[in-house]
Design a binder for this molecule. Structure first.
Ligand code: AHM
Ligand code: MG
Length: 346
């Protein structure tokens, strides 16, 4: 084979986000603030990634009985990730409200106090996030990730909880970073979906998956079938239909893949197609996944990639949240697959 030199004109996330920002600014639709916020978010992902990579090594030290000078035990990775995000987002000066899975209450960012040198300004964005999702997978070294969604404060609001108690369709951007065999950041600003891979040597996310588009149909289903005893009829019937296709239908049974990290299960679904689900059932009346910072961002990405995201009864992005940590049933993925499921709900 002929020698292929490595690419020298790489598109980094920073470059891509800046370019998109310029486009918005040309249309008079942007101030550059979202660009700065996204830049801050990608830094948090790199910081969390670096901690995820060395987690077992740090825990080993902890297991040997080491404590810090205050006598505190090792911080858990999810708490650490939460602090990383809150500090960086506050410092960006672009946020007014933060909602994290790790904190019971929303954080309302205050005005800067006159005379203080600390650079915290209040901005016009609200960020909802799960700093480290899938944490039950940490100790086994299985993929985990950070999920985030971004709203703009409502006109006239200084930033309050009501600014995030809005349907996902009002989000201006959403994404996740998966910490797997590589770190992959997947992002939408409402203009399609792009995926970037972290090149650790230069510390930049590189555009490796431009314009991610779901195939209309996949061959994989992804659901915790261990909950079957609690599932409602439509889910059970649908699962049966894909596992035992009618004779003579020419259809083949689907493959099962379930990691138990939403970021990883959704990432695979975006790339390969198929269906991912975490339904409501007799035990979990509203399912398990959180509406604001799990269901909404993933539904936004799925729709932007040409897929469908539903609760079984309606579009996820149309759900009106009532509280910041509420749960929501989730099915998302390839158009034809999700529509097949919906037939069992009708
Ligand atoms: P977490 O926020 O406590 O980590 O829980 C969310 C995770 C998702 O990543 C994943 O889709 C789901 O829980 C898996 O749940 P289960 O173990 O019940 O299948
Ligand atoms: Mg979570």
């Amino acid at each position: 084979d002929e020698y292929q030199p490595p690419a020298t004109d790489i598109i980094t996330l920073t470059r891509h986000v800046l370019q998109e920002g310029f486009q918005r600014q040309k249309k008079g639709a942007a101030s550059g603030d979202l660009t700065i916020l996204l830049s801050s978010l990608q830094t948090t992902c790199k910081f969390i990634e670096s901690n995820v990579r060395k987690a077992s090594l740090i825990n080993l030290i902890g297991a040997a009985g080491n404590q810090n000078v205050q006598g505190e035990d090792q911080k858990k990775l999810d708490v650490l990730s939460n602090e990383i995000m809150i500090n960086a987002l506050k410092a960006s000066g672009k946020v007014a409200v933060l909602v994290s899975e790790e904190d019971d209450e929303a954080i309302i960012v205050g005005e800067r106090q006159p005379g203080t040198t600390f650079e915290t300004e209040k901005g016009k964005y609200c960020v909802v996030f799960d700093p480290l999702d899938g944490s039950s997978n940490i100790d086994a070294g299985v993929n985990i990730g950070t999920i985030f969604g971004i709203y703009t404060v409502r006109d006239g609001s200084k930033g309050e909880v009501a600014d995030v108690l809005r349907p996902g369709s009002e989000m201006v951007a959403a994404g996740y970073c998966m910490y797997g065999s590589s770190a992959n950041l997947v992002l939408t600003t409402g203009n399609g979906v792009n995926g970037y891979t972290l090149d650790n040597a230069i510390g930049e996310f590189i555009l490796t998956h431009p314009n991610i588009t779901l195939p209309n149909r996949g061959k994989i289903y992804s659901i915790n079938e261990g909950n079957s005893a609690y599932y409602h009829e439509p889910v059970l019937k649908y699962l049966e239909s894909i596992k035992y296709p009618a004779e003579g239908s020419g259809k083949k049974p689907y493959s099962a893949r379930y990691i138990g990290s939403m970021v990883a299960d959704v990432h695979r679904t975006l790339l390969y197609g198929g269906i991912f689900g975490y339904p409501d059932d007799k035990k979990s009346k509203k399912g398990k996944l959180r509406l604001l910072y799990e269901a909404f961002p993933m539904a936004f990405l799925t729709e932007q990639a040409g897929g469908v995201a539903t609760t079984g009864k309606g579009r996820i992005l149309d759900v009106q949240p009532e509280s910041i940590h509420e749960r929501c049933p989730v099915f998302l993925g390839s158009k034809d697959d999700v529509n097949d499921l919906l037939k069992f709900y009708q």
